[in-house]
Design a protein around this ligand. Sequence first.
Ligand SMILES: Cc1cc2nc3c(=O)[nH]c(=O)nc-3n(C[C@H](O)[C@H](O)[C@H](O)COP(=O)(O)OP(=O)(O)OC[C@H]3O[C@@H](n4cnc5c(N)ncnc54)[C@H](O)[C@@H]3O)c2cc1C
Length: 437
Amino acid sequence: MAPHLVQPGWRFWRQAACTLGASVQHRTWAGVSRIPRLGSPWGATATSPRVYRSGFSTSPRAPEVMLTRERYPVRRLPFSVVSGEDLAAFERIVPGRVITDPEVLEASNVDWLRTVRGSSVLLLRPRTTEEVSHILRHCHERNLAVNPQGGNTGMVGGSVPVFDEIILSTALMNQVISFHDMSGTLVCQAGCVLEDLSRHVEERGFVMPLDLGAKGSCHIGGNVATNAGGLRFLRYGSLHGTVLGLEVVLADGTVLNCLSTLRKDNTGYDLKQLFIGSEGTLGVITAVSILCPPKPRAVSVAFLSCPGFSEVLQTFSTCKGLLGEILSAYEFMDAECMWLVTHHLRLASPVQDPSRFIPDQHTGRRYHVAESVCASEPVDPESPFYVLIETSGSRAGHDAEKLNDFLEQVLSSGLVTDGTVATDHMKVKGMGTCTST
Ligand SMILES: Cc1cc2nc3c(=O)[nH]c(=O)nc-3n(C[C@H](O)[C@H](O)[C@H](O)COP(=O)(O)OP(=O)(O)OC[C@H]3O[C@@H](n4cnc5c(N)ncnc54)[C@H](O)[C@@H]3O)c2cc1C
């Protein structure tokens, strides 16, 4: 008998959560410092106020987030409510990992952008696929709704319940199962943190095919569930190509084992593709097999300013033509974004310091902070856009030569007005932080 793929109510709830708007009405104020940090994309600690990686800290008092069910016209479907017998059953399946403490649950009920909030009373932390299977089988039999949760770094509120769905966290499913150092195939549990996986494969001469700003907290299962793109998309393509296999537990507890490690697998249906980007609507991803490319020997980053958006596009065409196979990332941001990251995250702009500038709310023009906000001189009209270009290759000299030719061309043609280049690992990382945040 074919497994029952979709539990209709489950899908409705997930879709509702994913399509909700982003603004928050501030009703009351509560201390953020008492909220345990289970899944901040910035990796803040349990007791401190939000301390971001850059060292920037927000006010210790943050607005409480309005309940999603009060904010939006969503309707709870006729799912059962968690009972004492359910708790006892879960305690038998995942002993000591049945969380009902409201303080711990608070962090898991709210997305990190603090835009949506559910009211789940139960968080389960399985360690194995078998445990996930038993949990889902029980939920299926009892008609209990479930919300899978990875690092809770998602941008659209899909990681938290809309109503009182049981939160199924993959946080303890964090084991690397195998790594093949000839093919670069990594097989791991879905709750592995992306940055930990990056470190694991880099020590063996490979890189993860995806990299994104939330890497310190997001889980590989969450990345697959959201079909995350990230900074290396241009070079290594989408997860539809780099994910070789998945193990998934369906809503009724059936374990679907498509955990292939074979790259050229042309046998039959490619079921795993359905789960890439499915946002938890079709099942819980429990393990991932992913192809890791060899670590490039030489990486350079150029951070450039462009006088207009058409120059951003022309610079892209030029660098595709001149850098060819060594081009690994191309990202752009406008001056407003640059102002936001320098002002709020205290990051230094690689090419200038726009934190000295503030935008006028009415005209949109920019002014030196040092001057009066009424000053009429717009700031740096030559650099309304910035681009980050990353090259990765196997021979530093060859790559530097190509990059220099490219820079000469874009500077002399006026496509680029200013810029800086880094080859040192730390500087390369620092420049990337501006765009990835
Ligand atoms: C600073 C920052 C930078 C980012 N940059 C990028 C970027 O460059 N490109 C990009 O594409 N995205 C980017 N993102 C978004 C990113 O894709 C997600 O944050 C990440 O992939 C979600 O992983 P997670 O483990 O936190 O999942 P969560 O946020 O916990 O969950 C996300 C969704 O996946 C589901 N889910 C989670 N785990 C599973 C599982 N094991 N099985 C089934 N469903 C599951 C959840 O139910 C939810 O619907 C960024 C986010 C941040 C905060």
